[in-house]
Write a new protein. Structure first.
Length: 213
């Protein structure tokens, strides 16, 4: 199935999720490949380890893209992630990040756009927050978003990443849009990524991993 010739500068979206075409003289040949879906079910963690359970997280791709779809916690709290350089034996790579958020209450009483130093890390080995606070009310609250990880197999450079998320607060019922960016401060290859809520389990939801060539 293809979508083509929408305009003079057109694209073709093909079955293998390749976006090709010419825009002002430039040609894009990037392709997005689904590597692995993991559906959580009362899971304490969700881990993507290179070479395990059909996961690829090596130099096959220069860019890796994680999608979070309706992650619902067993207890209202934040979701976070960390990386590993030893195939998931331990998660605690040194990272430095910066974070900010916007939020807006349902009753329109409060709006905020601010840098959030409590949610960033300065040369620490703890987990980086992606969702600030997701409610555990059944049928109401969940968090969705994305994480981009660049060239994790490099043994020359630090490993940059950024995340974006959307979630619904459990208390005052407001929309939160949270952003974080930073780097794993190591020249060792990152070969595993783990996601978890700060306490309790991931009751339900999907995390999908894609590679981009």
């Amino acid at each position: 199935m293809a979508l083509s010739k929408l305009a003079a500068n057109s694209f073709d979206l093909t079955d293998n999720y390749a976006l090709t075409g010419t825009v002002t003289g430039a040609t894009s040949t990037q392709k997005l490949f689904l590597i692995k879906n993991i559906d959580a079910s009362s899971s304490s963690t969700v881990s993507f380890v290179d070479g395990a359970s059909s996961v690829v997280l090596d130099n096959t791709y220069k860019t890796y893209y994680f999608k979070f779809i309706n992650l619902h916690p067993s207890a209202s709290n934040q979701m976070e992630f960390q990386g590993s350089i030893n195939g998931g034996t331990g998660y605690g790579v040194t990272i430095t990040t910066s974070a900010f958020k916007a939020h807006h209450t349902e009753n329109d009483s409060t709006t905020t756009l601010a840098y959030t130093p409590s949610q960033d890390v300065a040369q620490g080995t703890g987990y980086q927050e992606i969702f600030q606070q997701v409610g555990s009310d059944d049928g109401e609250n969940s968090g969705s978003g994305e994480l981009w990880l660049f060239n994790p197999s490099s043994t020359t450079f630090v490993k940059h990443f950024f995340s974006r998320s959307s979630e619904r607060s459990p208390s005052d019922h407001y929309a939160i849009s949270q952003f974080a960016a930073g780097y794993f401060n190591t020249t060792s290859a990152i070969n595993a990524i783990q996601f978890r809520f700060a306490s309790g389990n991931i009751d339900s939801g999907r995390i999908a991993l894609y590679g981009i060539k």
